[in-house]
Design a binder for this molecule. Structure first.
Ligand code: GYE
Length: 326
């Protein structure tokens, strides 16, 4: 640690105080005025799966219900475009930005640019690197699922229901995204703690169906004795099922497939016996997102994380729950 004299410290502290008096935000999220209506930005990361579409629909429906203007952008899977999208929202003078950051690090400049422009940011569903930006300082809060917990829940189900199967292929989500990092962490730690399993390969399928299918195909060739596939989302799980069937294997019998997201297609696959278990990742963000924004405008202190509830589906409840899956 650098040594600084007490005098230097006092001078720095006084300068910071003077800046604060002058109204320059130092380590604080910009305030949000109370108004009758708002112009709100929602920077979506991509729209290539039912989860994203359900989330977008939920945000649009809530904005419409409240009569707010929604500036919606779709980064089409590019972090660079998403940064540009946020910059364009800043230029359009939105009151608030809801941001679903594609990856943890590349979206930091967008968070900081909004802060500098005096616009509060609420992170939706994915987070940013906590060592580079902080809730309550650089952005208001993170609303979403506990991804470590999602990974842990699916691992715990597996430990109880593996029936002698033990060799795992893991299909990871988008490299550098918080759900991929945390779903891996929660699952791998619980599997290692249980003992008796081996993760024979772990590779990204970018949360996408066709990439998931291709990666599963290659990994099944390299590890023909694998008997469990854990996919970080439904899209890759459906891709893996296609790869298994193309290889002449029976999903649910020869290989257990585990997933996260819990969209209708995946819950139907549980009913059909092709997916063994799936943790829901709740995409219904609209009501909570706008309620949080309005609580902030009222002057309430907002907690740094607001965690969604996720259901769990396996053969015991999938048929009964199917109608309510998104
Ligand atoms: O699981 C996946 C989507 O960030 C929680 O991103 C979200 C994940 C979700 O594309 O399907």
């Amino acid at each position: 640690m650098t040594m600084i004299s007490r005098r230097t410290f006092m001078l720095a502290a006084t300068a910071a105080g003077a800046l604060a008096v002058a109204g320059v935000a130092i380590a604080q999220v910009p305030k949000l005025e109370q108004k009758d209506t708002y112009k709100v930005g929602f920077a979506q990361t991509e729209s290539n799966n039912p989860w994203r579409i359900a989330q977008t629909n939920s945000m649009k429906a809530e904005a419409e219900k409240l009569g707010y203007q929604l500036v919606y952008t779709d980064a089409a899977g590019s972090a660079a475009k998403q940064v540009a999208d946020v910059n364009s929202m800043i230029a359009q003078g939105v009151d608030v930005i809801f941001l679903a950051p594609r990856e943890e690090k590349p979206l930091i400049p967008a968070v900081m640019a909004a802060k500098k422009a005096g616009i509060p940011v609420i992170l939706l569903d994915r987070s940013v690197d906590p060592s580079l930006a902080k809730a309550g300082e650089d952005y208001l809060t993170f609303i979403g699922s506990n991804f470590v917990e999602e990974g842990r829940r699916i691992a715990e189900w597996l430990v109880k229901n593996a029936n002698g199967k033990s060799k795992i292929i893991e299909l990871e989500g988008t490299t550098g995204s918080s759900p991929a990092n945390d779903r891996k962490k929660g699952f791998d730690e619980a599997i290692q703690a249980a003992g008796g399993f081996e993760i024979v390969a772990s590779q990204t399928g970018d949360f996408a169906r066709d990439k998931g299918r291709q990666v599963a195909e290659a990994l099944l060739q390299a590890h023909p004795d694998a008997d469990i596939i854990y996919a970080h989302n439904d899209e890759m799980a459906m891709g893996a099922i296609a790869a298994l069937e193309a290889a002449g294997k029976v999903p649910g019998k020869d290989v257990l497939v585990l997933s996260i997201d819990g969209g209708k297609e995946a819950v139907q696959a549980v009913v059909d016996g092709k997916i063994a278990a799936v943790v829901e990742c709740n995409p219904r963000f609209g009501p909570k997102a706008f309620e949080t924004m309005l609580r902030y405008a009222k002057g309430e202190t907002i907690e740094p994380m607001i965690i969604n509830d996720d259901k769990f589906y396996d053969a015991s409840n999938a048929a009964a729950e199917l109608a309510d899956a998104y």
